[in-house]
Write a protein that binds this ligand. Structure first.
Ligand code: PRP
Ligand code: HPA
Length: 180
């Protein structure tokens, strides 16, 4: 698996240092708010697990799974709710955890959904933020790294379901795509 990587952008140590910083900020922001942390399956799981262990606050955790549904061409991608969360968000301070915000499509869908369900506040923490990919006007209140407009894998990010378990974030060799 490591042999398929062209370059490492963020090492395991870089990632943990960013998570330390984010966890400190979030501990201050959410100290008395008993937030509901909503992790977006599957990519955000690694980040969420590492982050919440470093947040010294009372918080509940839930999971939601949405995926891009391509009815026709890739540009008409719509989102489909694959697996809903179980908690009632009404009146809650919700913190969405993401591995990456790219086009913003997933986050736009989730923020609207959670607000419609009556959340008191909805904010987002993402390990990675790719502003050059943006197609939807979304806010990422907290993020670890602003990343270049490249397809990234590792630490939750996948290519065809693989590479999520890399402890770092990197770029695949071109040969991996041409093997398909
Ligand atoms: O800003 P966007 O363009 O919406 O991209 C970001 C989303 O894409 C990835 O999820 P994906 O739908 O690939 O599912 P996964 O987490 O299971 O890989 C990632 O985990 C984000 O949720
Ligand atoms: O760069 C990416 N890599 C993997 N999955 C993604 N989903 C949105 N952007 C990306």
């Amino acid at each position: 698996m490591n042999n398929d990587i062209e370059k490492v952008l963020y090492s395991a140590d870089d990632i943990q240092a960013a998570i330390d910083r984010l966890a400190k900020q979030l501990t201050v922001e959410y100290r008395d708010k008993k937030p509901l942390i909503v992790s977006v399956l599957s990519g955000a799981v690694l980040f969420t697990v590492d982050l919440i262990k470093k947040m010294d606050i009372m918080a509940q955790i839930d999971f939601i799974d949405v995926s891009t549904y391509f009815g026709g061409t890739a540009t008409t991608g719509q989102l489909k709710l694959i697996h809903d969360m179980t908690a009632d968000v009404k009146g809650r301070n919700v913190l969405i955890t993401e591995d990456i915000v790219d086009s913003g499509r997933t986050l736009d869908y989730l923020v609207k959904l959670l607000k419609k369900r009556g959340a008191k506040s909805v904010k987002t923490v993402s390990l990675l933020n790719k502003p050059e990919g943006r197609e939807f006007d979304v806010n990422v209140e907290y993020y670890g790294f602003k990343v270049p407009n490249e397809f990234l894998v590792g630490y939750g990010l996948d290519y065809k379901g693989y590479y999520r378990n890399l402890p770092y974030v990197g770029v695949l060799k071109l040969s991996v795509y041409s093997e398909d």
